[in-house]
Ligand binder design. Structure first.
Ligand code: SF4
Length: 402
């Protein structure tokens, strides 16, 4: 008997529609105005909570399309519905990834009332942001996104930004940091512009992308630490607990475990693994779909997953990673969507994406750890200075990797 799934993340698409048209967008249905029905929300969470597969804490990420084009009251109704269905043993937190352009006092009230996690897509200063994040008529969106951020700040709502790094921004870590500090933005995540779906990133075409990104991230991280004003740099701060962890087990990778991420579109179609797979067309894998929650029980969807070529090939890729990659214990086998789009197969290993998201951060953290250990050896009274990276201190177990 396979172990039952452990579901901790639900990525739920309120609508595929987006009010803007970024040059790097891979979503194929961003013109569709179909909206998720409350009956689908009810069916999904009734099934999830009855299954016994929900982890004690479920994060619901409202994403894939611009979530704020759906009215505030849609979420008030959906959140209340989920709350009524929720058993006492499970907590649910909601999170939005938004372009921020529609944020106003009503949205801030929702975020505050439900303690919603808010991520804003902001690519840095106007010139970098407006180069790619455009309206359908081609105008830049910087001013409206910044207005949304100012509204969050005025209402005291915490948020982080996700900045997509293009070729132009990779050489400008200092300018990016200066921009965030000038606007009191202290929680920062980076995504390097990728090739996904119909979008082909020029960054992945050639050149020393890994080296450029490593120089960017090292410089940004160390300068951010030295400023004393940045709370969180995702690429480093999430890598540290994966590298320095108490048990011998490999890192938990929700993108390769069946139904660990339950990804549901606005029509109730269900997929799993990389959330970006949902909505893409693929004849070999049945469009990556495992069922429809309006029609199928969660146990049927799980059975479909266990018998799917999708799981078979993703597992083959994970086993190949385990056999050949020094970073496996930190990474756990990577992101299936990037293996498919970069290598043409789920049953493959290294991608540019894994070099950027796993290998570079791991190397930078270990580089800092080595420096710190050396400083302890040279002078046992020497502890991290203001500019030192935040590696665990003397009680940390030895890093497992590489
Ligand atoms: S870093 Fe890349 S090659 Fe290594 S385990 Fe992760 S996905 Fe596989």
């Amino acid at each position: 008997m396979p172990a039952p799934p452990q579901i901790g993340i639900v990525v739920l698409q309120p609508t595929a529609f987006c009010n803007i048209n970024c040059t790097y967008c891979y979503l194929p249905d961003r013109d569709s105005k179909h909206v998720l029905a409350q009956t689908t929300v009810e069916r999904l969470f009734t099934e999830l909570f009855a299954s016994g597969w929900a982890l004690p804490r479920i994060t619901v990420i409202w994403h894939a399309g611009e979530p704020l084009v759906v009215p505030v009251n849609f979420y008030r109704d959906a959140f209340s519905l989920i709350e009524r269905l929720r058993p006492p043993s499970v907590s649910v937190v909601h999170a939005f990834q938004t372009n921020g352009m529609l944020i106003d006092a009503d949205w801030c009230a929702l975020f505050r009332d439900w303690e919603v996690g808010v991520g804003i897509s902001l690519d840095g200063p106007r010139e970098l942001h407006d180069a790619n994040r455009k309206t359908r008529s081609g105008a830049g969106t910087f001013d409206r996104t910044m207005a949304g951020i100012r509204c969050l700040q005025a209402e005291g709502i915490p948020f982080h930004v996700i900045s997509v790094l293009s070729a132009a921004s990779l050489d400008r870590p200092d300018e990016l940091l200066e921009f965030y500090l000038a606007h009191d933005i202290d929680q920062i995540c980076f995504n390097v512009e990728e090739s996904e779906g119909s979008h082909i990133s020029a960054l992945f075409d050639g050149g020393d992308l890994q080296g450029r990104y490593e120089r960017f991230l090292r410089r940004f991280w160390h300068a951010a630490r030295a400023s004393g004003r940045v709370q969180f740099v995702r690429e480093i701060d999430l890598a540290i607990p994966r590298i320095f962890r108490p048990s011998e087990s490999d890192a938990h990778n929700t993108q390769v475990e069946p139904l660990a991420m339950l990804n549901v579109d606005s029509h109730g179609n269900v997929s799993s693994f990389s959330p970006e797979l949902l909505g893409l067309k693929n004849a070999d894998y049945g469009d990556f779909l495992l069922g429809n929650i309006n029609r199928d029980s969660l146990s049927t969807i799980y059975e479909n997953c266990l018998q799917s070529a999708l799981l078979r090939d993703i597992r083959a890729g994970v086993m190949a990673c385990q056999a050949e990659c020094d970073y496996f214990s930190v990474c756990g086998g990577g992101a299936p969507i990037n293996k498919l789009f970069e290598n043409g197969s789920f049953a493959s290993t290294k991608t540019s994406y894994c070099k950027l998201t796993q290998i570079v951060p791991t190397d930078l953290v270990l580089e800092a750890y080595d420096r710190l250990e050396q400083s302890w050896t040279d002078d046992s009274s020497s502890f991290p200075q203001a500019e030192s990276p935040a590696v665990p201190q003397a009680s940390a177990p030895s890093p497992r990797m590489p």
